[in-house]
Design a protein around this ligand. Structure first.
Ligand code: M6R
Length: 609
């Protein structure tokens, strides 16, 4: 994880680096640091803890200079400390490096470098890069970086600056994200676009095994063996305001509230009216390709995996094709049965999750056709899949995923309906009905967000509870898992999600007055069963919060609290159920006085395996 930034131009580098780091802090916040080249020397400042610690340190004076690097860290090798904070330097302090990724062979390299007389000052894997560049540096920084990275195993997005070569930044990438922002007489680099969005929307996405050299007036790309490479410039559609809190106390709350609009954007052009058929512009898979598929494998991590779980229900029910699900970190080690009749659906908000990318490559290697669902244009997942359907959620900054999840669900339902259309697996009458129901989801999301006193009452009553159990059935098993994940990650309360029918096989032993149970219970095939499960909890003195439809006039007899959502099709109900679950997690964490956008130990984009 970690976030890196770089700037070369005519403005003072330090404020630009700090602003950029603020927008990348979601990637890690164990420490932060900057290096600015000024008057022939590199001035480094770093501090343990969140960026505000570094900002406080810089209050007494920011380094001058028009070229610099910055870093915000999610610790892997070496605890969070000033010594382990980036940037890292060589023995002379003339070369400095920031890095995102893991250098897997760093111990062997470190031993070799120490034997050659290099002195290390940190426990990080990154520091070997600075010393390797020092070893090879004979006045040409690009050549030195090239020869250093040939020695590296693992993943990296690196940026290097040298005191003796003050007119450029050299960057390189392998399996960690890196983008270059193109300005007028200035250029930027970063792990993610929002870092420089206020200055430019013109970007180059750096590919694996590529070197980028940033000077004030130009950016050049080359391969590891020095061959020049032409790169296309993309125009990013996000704007800087989208990556701001916009008056909300937290990004998470802003992003929860953005869901109706994000859902509309994601649906637009694909379902242009309630009477039109589903269209998936940009899909290169032909109708024949789609008719030839005999299995779907969905791969994702975390919240995106929960979206895949809903996808299994929707696709199997409407298209009648078997859908396999895999947590990406497991898939590649189980030798899955995949061939050219398999469609691999890869789901990732960031498009940079290392496990998901490894899973993608595994299924591609076995001949599957690929379709990505991602939120980030130009991300690795988007570039490595021949078919991409974007979730138009806009930048998601809070670590806890909200609008990315519900828009992933929207895309999944569109895919299910499109496949059903192409394969004729449901009648046109049924398809029409389903499309109508999907069409109303964004306005129903608006209703949920309008007023939610019961969510606030539950958050007030239960924020000090010892634990939460979440239960659901059918597609809402995913809602139970997602609800539990949300509350765990931002409120640090122990929570588990279960298939409601599994409660009696173990989890029910946890029930006592200090554990609250959230039952996701929209009316559908298994409504009566979940009512029985609620009663089982009540019989053991557990409090129950039910998420139920507005018109359900039974459930209040059984549950202590009922949070209402508008009625929809059972398969689509996880989209609406997600919203009160997100709000509940948010307000519980807020009542506990916690750091909602940057929960401990986590990072937004998990670019290490
Ligand atoms: O960017 P991705 O969708 O690939 O990220 C996957 C998970 O890391 C992510 O969903 C994570 O579980 C969220 N923090 C959950 O809120």
């Amino acid at each position: 994880m970690c976030g890196i930034v770089g700037y070369i131009g005519t403005r003072k580098a330090c404020p630009i680096l700090i602003e950029g780091l603020k927008r990348l802090e979601y990637r890690g916040y164990d420490s932060a640091g900057i290096a600015v080249l000024n008057d022939g020397r590199i001035d480094i400042h770093k501090a343990t803890g969140k960026l505000m610690a570094l900002e406080a340190m810089l209050e007494s004076g920011m380094p001058e200079g028009f070229i610099g690097l910055g870093h915000t860290r999610w610790a892997t090798h070496g605890r969070p400390s000033d010594e382990n904070a980036h940037p890292h330097s060589d023995c002379t302090g003339r070369i400095t490096v920031v890095h995102n990724g893991i250098i897997e062979n760093y111990l062997a390299l470190k031993e070799e470098l120490v034997a050659a007389g290099h002195e290390f000052t940190s426990e990080t894997d990154t520091e070997v890069v600075a010393h390797l560049v020092e070893e090879s540096y004979k006045g040409d920084l690009v050549a030195a970086v090239r020869s250093a990275i040939k020695r590296l195993e693992g993943s990296y997005a690196l940026a290097v600056m040298a005191q003796d070569d003050p007119e450029r930044i050299v960057a390189a990438r392998r399996h960690s994200p890196l983008v270059v922002g193109v300005g007028e007489g200035e250029n930027f680099l970063a792990s993610d676009v929002p870092a420089f969005l206020q200055y430019t929307k013109r970007v180059h996405f750096v590919e694996d095994n590529m070197i980028a050299v940033l000077e004030r007036g130009e950016v050049k790309f080359s391969s590891l063996d020095g061959k020049p490479i032409e790169r296309e410039v993309y125009e990013v559609t996000w704007d800087a305001a989208m990556a701001e809190r916009g008056g909300y106390e937290h990004f998470m709350l802003k992003e929860i509230n953005e869901q109706p609009q994000a859902l509309r954007e994601t649906m637009r052009e694909r379902l242009s009216s309630q009477v039109s058929k589903v269209d998936l512009p940009g899909l290169t898979l032909t109708s024949d390709d789609l008719r030839g598929i005999d299995k779907i494998t969905m791969i994702a991590c975390g919240t995106a995996y929960h979206a895949a779980m809903v996808g299994k229900y929707a696709i199997e029910s409407l298209v009648r094709i078997p859908v396999e699900l895999d947590v990406a970190s497991e898939l590649r080690y189980r030798d899955p049965i995949i061939d050219d009749k398999t469609l691999g659906i890869i789901i990732s908000q960031s498009g940079e999750t290392a496990d998901t990318l490894a899973g993608l490559r595994e299924v591609r290697g076995k001949g599957a056709k690929l379709l990505a669902i991602t939120n980030v244009v130009g991300s690795s997942v988007a570039r490595e899949c021949e078919n991409v359907l974007y979730t138009f959620a806009g930048p998601e900054i809070a670590v806890a995923s909200t609008k990315a999840y519900t828009t992933q669900l929207m895309v999944i339902h569109l895919i299910a309906l499109y496949l059903a259309q192409v394969r004729g697996s449901i009648s046109e009458e049924q398809a029409k009905q389903m499309r109508k129901i999907l069409w109303t989801i964004p306005q129903q999301a608006d209703v949920i967000l309008g007023d939610h006193p019961e969510v606030l009452a539950c958050a007030e009553k239960y924020y000090n509870h010892n634990g939460f159990l979440y239960m659901g059935r059918g597609p809402n098993l995913a809602s139970a898992l997602e609800g539990a994940l949300k509350i765990k990650e931002i409120s640090y309360i122990h929570a588990e999600g279960y298939a409601a029918g599994e409660m009696k096989h173990g989890p029910i032993a946890m029930i006592d007055p200090s554990v609250a149970t959230v039952a996701v219970a929209p009316q559908g095939k298994t409504y009566d069963k979940i009512i029985s499960n609620i009663l089982e909890v009540k019989a053991r003195q557990g409090d129950v919060i039910a998420i139920a439809y507005e018109h359900d006039d039974q459930i209040q007899k059984y549950a202590d609290h009922v949070i209402r959502i508008p009625a929809t099709h059972e398969l689509m109900s996880p989209i609406l159920a997600a919203i009160p679950l997100q709000l509940l997690a948010y307000y519980v964490a807020k009542n506990r006085g916690l750091e909602i956008d940057q929960p401990r130990n986590l990072a937004k984009s998990v670019t290490v395996e």
